[in-house]
Design a protein around this ligand. Sequence first.
Ligand code: AMP
Ligand code: MN
Ligand code: MN
Ligand code: MN
Length: 281
Amino acid sequence: MIDLHSHTWFSDGQLSPQALISRAATLGISQLAITDHDSVAAHRSLAAADIPAGMQVITGVEISTLWDNREIHIVGLFVDTEDAQLNALLKQQQEKRRLRALDIGLKLQKSGITGLESYLAELPCEAISRNHIADFLIARGHASSKQQAFSKHLGKRGRFHSNADWCSIAEAVASIKAANGLSVVAHPDRYKLNKIKLRRLLAEFTEAGGDALEVSYSNLNPDTLKNLADLCCELDMWASVGSDFHTPDTTWMDLGRVRKLPAHCESRAIWLHPQWPATHR
Ligand code: AMP
Ligand code: MN
Ligand code: MN
Ligand code: MN
């Protein structure tokens, strides 16, 4: 089983890289891409001895970009984690994350909610996420769930919303390419784009040299899966598959918990891409 999208505590995942791959091995995953938000630190922290026999870890990343005033996530797979261009971009993105957290912290303070900064300082992450801030708000009793923390406080219409000036899709794709990686548009139905806009987004992505569409992921209904597979074929893109695992608590997003690619899309599986390393075939 292959899972090409997952997170560790170096971004907003709950597990250490070691705990993540050990869970993946237990669940029968043979290839796991660790794709933290704007960070490749998980890969630096892993030693060859950490990886269970019969399992392969793929060096990945998930870069936040801004397109049409929306946050679009681009996954990179098989990136060279030492690449200078990629690392320069990730450093910038991490700084933008810090600035956004500071801004949200100020907004919280104005409403009498203090302590965000010290809460965040205790976390092992390299990339601070609104997901962490949602945890903080829940711990302090200001939200009853993640969903509510986003809808009431942190999302676009939330009272503590703060924009981040992410890089463009073209910059993300260029940096992934510079690091010899393949790029994927993550969870395309989560952006609430109409059909025309989604096509425009994918056209810009492929023009910029992007490779694939995440066709199957957690919590996807069969109709959407079929629509995405059709779109992937029509636009002549490669197809990726990933759970977007963050925590063992959300069992419906567990590692490997994704539907298979529909038959008409199987020949487009990204692991058949000529650039997919022979060592991982
Ligand atoms: P950020 O990368 O800082 O913009 O934070 C976004 C992250 O928060 C996503 O990667 C998800 O893990 C999580 N997230 C976003 N929206 C929601 C939501 N409505 N409910 C739960 N988690 C969410
Ligand atoms: Mn996340
Ligand atoms: Mn994402
Ligand atoms: Mn993700």
